[in-house]
Design a protein around this ligand. Sequence first.
Ligand SMILES: Cc1cc2nc3c(=O)[nH]c(=O)nc-3n(C[C@H](O)[C@H](O)[C@H](O)COP(=O)(O)O)c2cc1C
Ligand SMILES: [Mn+2]
Length: 473
Amino acid sequence: MDYTAAAKDFRRFVKELEDEGELVTVTKEVDPHLEVGAIVRKVYETEERAPLFTNVKGRKTDGLFRILGASVGCSKRPGMRYCRLAKSIGLPSSATGQDIVAKINEAKSKPPVPCRQVETGPIKDHILLGDEIDLTKLPVPLLHEHDGGKYLATMGMHVVQSPDGRWTNWAISRGMVLGKRELAGLVIPKQDIGTIWNLWKEKGEDMPWALCFGVPPAAIVVGGMPIPKWTNEPDFIGALTGAPVEVVKCETNDLLVPANAEIVLEGVVSVTETVPEGPMVEYNGMVYPGRAADEGHTIWSTTQAAEVLNICQAADLPIKMVWSPFESHSMWFAIQVDRQKLVKMQTNMEDFCRRLGHVVFSSKPGWFIPKIFLVGDYIDPTNLLDVIYAEASRCEPGRHEFVFFEYSNIPLIPYVEHGFPSESGTNGKVVKCCMLPEDFTEETLPWKGGSFEEAYPETVKQTVLDNWTAYGF
Ligand SMILES: Cc1cc2nc3c(=O)[nH]c(=O)nc-3n(C[C@H](O)[C@H](O)[C@H](O)COP(=O)(O)O)c2cc1C
Ligand SMILES: [Mn+2]
């Protein structure tokens, strides 16, 4: 089976979800005013099948407009929690968190695979220009009661390019309908779209722009990943899937967009005009609240973790795996150390944690990351119970916690925006060492674990497993 087919084509992805029982087609009429949003939120919270709404109130069932919710939500099928994310990047549905992070990390060391321009594609089937365009005619949902507007873009991919044409950026950022032909969106200065917008502003020209929906799933995942500035997301997507993304030229500007996208909006981002936007429920679970796990966690937390793993390894730190538990809303990063290599470094807890903190917090994803949990390789960072156990048992308040005040944080973290004002203008970040001093010095630790896995001989474990149903369980 070609696992990358779904990663390269949104329609194929939807079909495979349906075939696997990961999708439910909702034919009953649903109201875009809050009902759609409430259904999708409940789907996330119960890890239910992704709903494909075919009958959205206010829009004839002409089959042209459908809404897919929770496209990269979690699954409650046993052993398949990450299947939608796995499928998005070309892995089998049973892939683990480790498999997913490893695949993204491996692509980082592959040569870039630039996109390939083609003459035309399905995206060119219907073209509306000028006054034919009316965004207010679309059944755009009001997703949460206290949102400042109707959000057309929640998983849309913005395409922009530096004025010299050297850097193309594909990124997810939200967008709210403002008028027939206007959207309001976030251009956060630290994000690449903000960096590029500033270049256009210096030049004194509005920024050519396209916003794409229903792009190849691998593209949307990378659109949510903090890869370094001045690197092209399309090239990395190609490296991840092993094939160039096929792109076509826009109708009204020279930007290139995926040929098999569902919808592309074209226009400019003004460099002179700003408008009020939001509020909108946020990844950190407050209104601003997108409570876990939605794509802000499945995609963003995971791709940040993969990027951090790459950054640590590039800095020669003996890090095996990084994961951000979805339940932490992208604010905890469990960093797993290779203990044998750590011991060989002849370092100590403070030196190592300070070095790790500087490497991660000063990096591009570091701006989003406030809390690192450093764990040994006897802890599975993708297992939240393991991480909690490590923190509870190994991390001494004060003495195993290394606080950094010199790096800034994304203001969306509730205690950054609404916490105590800080004199320096920055807030604390922490490396919590969930290991003991001996973890840094002893190849073999003097204590034994107390789990089923660790506390019994193989023969006894096998007997218990073989007889499990015979015991009456
Ligand atoms: C579902 C989802 C929604 C997101 N919404 C926003 C957003 O509205 N604004 C924003 O700046 N970043 C948002 N992000 C995070 C960015 O996509 C992410 O930081 C990415 O690295 C930005 O691209 P860049 O690295 O090219 O700047 C979102 C991510 C996901 C997965
Ligand atoms: Mn970028």
